[in-house]
Each structure stands twice: as C-alpha cells, then as structure tokens.
Design a protein around this ligand. Sequence first.
Ligand SMILES: NC(=O)c1ccc[n+]([C@@H]2O[C@H](COP(=O)([O-])OP(=O)(O)OC[C@H]3O[C@@H](n4cnc5c(N)ncnc54)[C@H](OP(=O)(O)O)[C@@H]3O)[C@@H](O)[C@H]2O)c1
Length: 306
Amino acid sequence: MHYRILGRTGLRVSVVGVGTWQFGGEWGRTYAAADVAPILVAARDTGINLIDTAECYGDHLAEELIGATLPGKRADWIIATKWGHKFHRCFQRDHLFKPADLLTQLEGSLRALRTDHVDLLQFHSGDDAAFATEGMWEAAATAKAQGKVRFLGNSIGANDNIRQTDASTSVGADVIQVIYNRLQREPEAAVFPSCQRQNLGVLARVPLASGFLSGKYRPGHAFPADDVREVWMKNGRDALLAEVEKISANEVPAGVPMAAWALAWCLRHPAVTAVIPGCKDAAQVHANAAATTLDIGQPTHPSRVD
Ligand SMILES: NC(=O)c1ccc[n+]([C@@H]2O[C@H](COP(=O)([O-])OP(=O)(O)OC[C@H]3O[C@@H](n4cnc5c(N)ncnc54)[C@H](OP(=O)(O)O)[C@@H]3O)[C@@H](O)[C@H]2O)c1
C-alpha cells in the first residue's frame, strides 16, 4: 500500500480506501456484520486505513456494521462520514441541513460507529442553498472544537461545483470528495486546481464509475431490481458501457485487471489524494488494493510518503 497526506489535514491515508454505500443495502444485496467483518479485515491486511461511510447508507446501518466489526484499534483507522441526509427506506431520503439536524445526525453516527470522534465529517452533496444554511458550518465548527470531529470536508454533489470548492477555506472544510473516474473528468478543469491552490485533500469517489469500469458488464446488462444501477442509473447506462468497451480495448494494457487500472488512472492526477471504491466483498478489496502496485506511468504525487 502507498500512503499520502490528505491535504492540510496532515492525516496519512492509504491511497486506496473502502467506500461503504454498499453496506446500506442499495446495491442488490443486504449486509450483516458477518459480511462486513471480512471486508474490513481484508482492508487492514492490505494496509488500507481509510473508510468512507455516511449517515444514509441505511439509517446509520453501514456505520453500525463498521462499528461492530472494525478490526484492530480505532486509532489505526481514518473514518470519514457525512451529514445532511435522512434515510427512510432504500432509495428514499430527505435532505436535512439545519444545525440541529447536523448535531442529531453526528450523534447518531458516533453511536453507530461506537466511537467518540470521526476523523472527517463531510457536507453530504447539498446544493448551494443548503451549503449556505444559516449556522450549519458554525455548528460543524463547534463539533470540531468539542473533539467530536477532527476535520471537516465537503462531498460536492455536482462534480464541477467550483463555487462550493472555492469556499472551502472560508467555511473551514479541508477536504473535497468528488466523483472522478476515467469516464467523468470534469473536476480536472477547475475543482482540482482550486483544491491544489487551497491544499485541500481530495477523495475521488465512484472511481469505478459504479462498477462499470471493472469491464465486467456489457451494453444491455440488466442489474437486479434492488440495485441502485437499475433504480437511478438506467438512463445513458448502455452508452457508458459502450465507452468502457472502447477504453478496455484501447487503453488498458493486456493482462491488467481493468478495475485496478481504473483506480490507478485516478491516482495519476496530482490533486487526488485517495480513491474510495465501494467494495462488496474481501476479494474486491484485495483487487482494488492491488492498484497501488500498478505502474501506468503516473507522475509521483508530491506528498506521497509511502
Ligand atoms: N454523495 C456522496 O457523498 C457519495 C455518492 C456516491 C458514493 N460515495 C462514496 O464513494 C464510494 C464509491 O462509490 P460507489 O460505490 O458509488 O462506486 P464505485 O466505487 O465506482 O463502484 C463500486 C462497485 O464496483 C464494483 N466493484 C468494486 N470493486 C471491484 C473490483 N475489484 N472488480 C470488479 N468490480 C468491483 C462493485 O459492484 P458489483 O460487483 O456489483 O459490480 C461495487 O459495488 C461509495 O461506496 C461511498 O462511500 C459518496
């Protein structure tokens, strides 16, 4: 595993983390502690120390499963969660960004995670009106001053939201989480340069384009009815899968697993600190961790500390 410094937080994170939306049950299967435990053990064994979760992957369900199964010491892990969404049932949430909502959600996250602090608390993809909610960032700063949160971040919704990215320093956010992958390169234009100017850590989410960049799906593939890719991503899906076929043929070297290649591709950008692929089992964790050993010609990141 390689490690990098997460911008001005100074946190040392593995360049491959584990995304945990999957544990909430919206990816075609449900999870219990017995399913999550081997995933986190695989993460620890491969040197991964970064977990991204959220209040709404189930109603604090992913956090509960992580809290129940986290191997080793709490201090060995960097746990990132979020505020702003209230999960009701699969594929149904409210967006709640008032200061009191933040505090309620944070307390729920701490309880579920069985910890007294999270390392990173991220604004969960709210629009610009939500970003400007009166008192919200002040409430977040208070939680930080109380030691319940080490650092604040913003998981921007639109992956070209330069307005929110530019405002990071003024609201006290030190990390941007953003969709970035071989099919979705919008952050390169303005968001990444802004992150570099402010020395923000950057977590690249959806780095496998929801699994499409694993290369295992062909146009026409139908996902299970309880899979987010069937519920929210039907439009344009076949066009993306056709694009993946071209990338596979033209860009991925023979013998290299496409998923690992796709993660290494993201890590090539000097603004990106880490990728956080969602993992459904231990084998995917191992396959994703292997991205760090791939040399696809990337420039070395200036803050790489290996
Ligand atoms: N607004 C937000 O803040 C926000 C939104 C989205 C995601 N996120 C975070 O970002 C994380 C990553 O995004 P994502 O999970 O949506 O998309 P992703 O990481 O691009 O794709 C995850 C999916 O790819 C497949 N996969 C993973 N590793 C693989 C491997 N080695 N080989 C083949 N297939 C593999 C799995 O699905 P199959 O095996 O079923 O194909 C998995 O569910 C989430 O888990 C979450 O923590 C945050």
